[in-house]
Design a protein around this ligand. Sequence first.
Ligand SMILES: [Zn+2]
Length: 327
Amino acid sequence: MRLSLFLLIMTSPASATAAPSLPTGYHLIPGAVPLDSGPDGNSIVIDAPKGLIVVDTGRHPEHAQAVIDYARQQGKPIAAIVNSHWHLDHTTGNWDIRQAYPGVAIYASNALEGALVTFLADSKADAEKALADPKTTQSARDQILRGRSVLDHPERIKPNHIVVKSGKMAIAGRPLDVHLAKIAATEGDVWLYDPKTRVAVVGDLVVDIVPFMDSACPDGWSKALGEVAKVPFTVLIPGHGAVMSRADFAEWRTAYDNFVKCGHSTAGKKTCVDGWSRDAARFIDAAHKDYAREAADYYLETRLRSSAEEQQRFCRPLTAATWRKPA
Ligand SMILES: [Zn+2]
């Protein structure tokens, strides 16, 4: 047994090193980034004196159900949700969980408010167009309708505990360091550090295959990664992808910073895409190689290489008055 394990380790390429294991009291319900439908973020379930804390609740009903099933199996109620950010692949499941556990406390920044009247208002308009198109498949329709239901009734997913600044908090009776990174992957990213277990839960400040920059201020995001690096975590759970060690995070952060730097430089676009694919290679599985390249190309186009004004779109609070629909 020992020998075969040894051989397995010795013969595995670096990319197959095992993810660090989570401490007792932590359970990961992995999200996914399918190539043919919207992603689900990772959900992290943390044991707490008053029940369970769930960080991020996914998009699809199956994902939210897996979270609820796990809680039932544990025989503990979901006492609190923490949303790392407002993206619907991390918040839509709030509604499923709230229906199962109506007293659930939901912690998040207030960034959803600005997003609802800007980015998400545009998403809703796009959803209406897709629904009107007879070519839209039934499964795509189901997905769109689920997203629209929470956009039509945002109170279903809204926080009832707004995180306004970083500090120590007791969530469901468990002491945690709650961090608020303003103007990063979104206008308000919440991430957690648990000093007891030295686990950091960072939402989409880390996404294995490619940083999702749809609503990002790339330089603010870089600063937030610097804040994460300052805490003495040993295990880090990203918004998408496998659990990381400190060394993994450092490598991913370098890849991120190189990509942004390349984006701001005069280097050819292909150089920057190649750079990301190379620097982050260890975090990109074979199935997502092309996806990561296409996404990197798209974010160069829309965020890092767009007009000076467009580059600043998400580097200030989102308001209906200042929002212009992207071209
Ligand atoms: Zn996400």
